[in-house]
Design a protein. Sequence first.
Length: 483
Amino acid sequence: MNQANQTTPAKQGFKASWVYAMAVGSAVGWGAFVLPFDWLSSSGLLAVITGFVIGTLLIGVIAINYGYATRSLPVTGGGIAFALAAFGRTHGFIAGWALMLGYASIISLNASAVTLVLRLIIPEVMMQGALYEISGWTIYAPEVAVSSLFLVGFAYLNANNTAVSGRVQFLAVVLMLVGVATVLLGTGAHFVTHSTPLPLMPPDGVGFWAAVAAIVAFAPWAYVGFDGVPQLAGEFQFSPKKIMKLLIASVLSASFLYIAVILAAAFAFGQNMAAFADSSWATGAAISSVMGKFGLVLMVVAVSMGVLTGLNGFYVAASRVILTLSRSQMLPSVFGRLHPVHGTPTVAFYAVMAVCLISPWFGRAALLWIVDMASVGIAVTFFYTCACTYKMGRDGAVFGMTVQDKNSRQRVLGILGMVISVGFLLLLLLPNSVGALSLPSRYALVAWTVLGVLFYVVRRAQLSHQSDTDLKRILFTRFESVR
């Protein structure tokens, strides 16, 4: 690979609307449409809504920190670049290693969710040709084939045409927003006309604030996706000054989608949730009982768009993680190779695809262990970004910045963001926490950490060969033509 290909930034291919769609589509996936039954059963409507409002506010603080950091360092790499700029290459590697697994596992989860949607629509096709069972989850040949096909298809789409990928993402998010809004209006009308009693309070024996805490613990997972936007900052077709508004808009839009589906489900369930307990998709079944086949079609469209936008959005974010690690010599330089026409990180896309193609053979149950563990990595990157924002506000600059800008507001928000990030980590890691990782997830976390240490030791010699001047030229650059 020639030197020009190593140092040239990826082409500016992302409009503001596409970036917004990437963030919203990545944040809202299968869980938003399936989990309302579990949330309402275990916590009650008031606690669930309260938890999501608090979670939105906490994630909003994190998003503002990302906005400040991206405005000052509008480069491809996001959390990795922020960690590296503020604390050096070792910390940049830690952030990158955490994000690489986090994004890849969520891509795999979304690919498996495609088959779950098809299970609901054509179960007689998808649930045949049983191969084996892992952790109580039966692996079917059609599901392996479909998941693999989507993984290959989205890798090819993104590697060869950013414009098509961005347009598809935006259209899918619009369809999802319209579908959910229509369902909310339909179920809301049913609630008003029938005076349906709602499942307002937690079940007996569950305290209100304990129920709220359980929902708040879900926040990093519920909103993960907006943090992929700064990964693309070096390729924006617009001024990085707009990124703050885009991040806040994406978090609020994701919050609307979550709360709207929860409200629609509550309107449809009423206090008769037990009647839907044995349904393969309780939320869809309840809304169908109120709105008929039209409601079910809207839900199938919305959940399908949520799954596909998540798959697409995290593919893009994961490729930029690998590209950034390659450019900073933390991965071999071949992973930084760009498409000669489109300027996309082709090898990075296909590397993500190759890793994710393993996942359909392990089943969704085992995959959830990895995804739960990956939430720790996301929270770690939250912390690094907020710490970078704090240092920018305190010192006026970090490595890679060209203009000094001391800002007391940034300093305060950085501290607050770090506290929130640590809180998320404690919710995940403390054994008795409401959001504590399962034992298999803890084993997976230890294994991935050990593997990361070994990989870093192997790559450490290559890291020392790249001077700070070269790193700044290669990693912290943008096109001058940004409008």
